[in-house]
Design a protein around this ligand. Structure first.
Ligand SMILES: [Zn+2]
Length: 155
């Protein structure tokens, strides 16, 4: 069984300092493994969730943790699912990524450390941010959309 090489970018670097260890709870498909563990990027315009705008929660394909609300998804025109903000203040971790000669901010699942994508500050949204996420890092749980949680205030 021979697989077509579909990944346009594969990181050759180990996870950068400060990146959390990856702790996965489930078996991953080879495609998901490449993205979540090896920090590859799926080709633009190929993702399962690119044009997926149903109501629900996008969860981590590695551990099932909540990551993004469908109410924060927007069409960025970049070819990857894009979000204004994570669903909770502690749902993702940002790590500086120097691969490919660029300074980017990698985003990983705060729960399992799986690679999700990158966050850019050119978001055409109220948050000013664009969380650019691989569909292969995500699974979708349909249902009522909970509001994104801002950092909790003291009670
Ligand atoms: Zn996870």
């Amino acid at each position: 069984m021979k697989q077509r090489q579909i990944f346009i970018e594969k990181s050759t670097q180990p996870s950068p300092p400060g990146a959390p260890d990856v702790r996965l709870d489930r078996q991953l498909s080879p495609e998901r493994y490449k993205v979540l563990i090896e920090r590859a990027t799926e080709p633009a315009w190929t993702g399962e969730y690119l044009h997926h705008f149903d109501e629900g929660v996008f969860v981590c394909a590695g551990c099932g943790g909540d990551l993004f609300s469908s109410s924060d998804k927007f069409d960025s025109g970049t070819g990857w699912p894009s979000f204004k903000r994570p669903i909770g203040a502690n749902s993702i971790v940002e790590v500086q990524d120097l691969d490919l000669g660029m300074i980017r901010t990698e985003i990983t699942c705060a729960n399992c450390g799986g690679h999700l994508g990158h966050v850019f500050s050119d978001g055409p949204t109220d948050s000013g941010l664009r969380y650019c996420v691989n569909s292969l890092s995500l699974e979708f749980r349909s249902g009522p959309t909970p509001p994104s949680r801002t950092p909790s205030r003291s009670q």
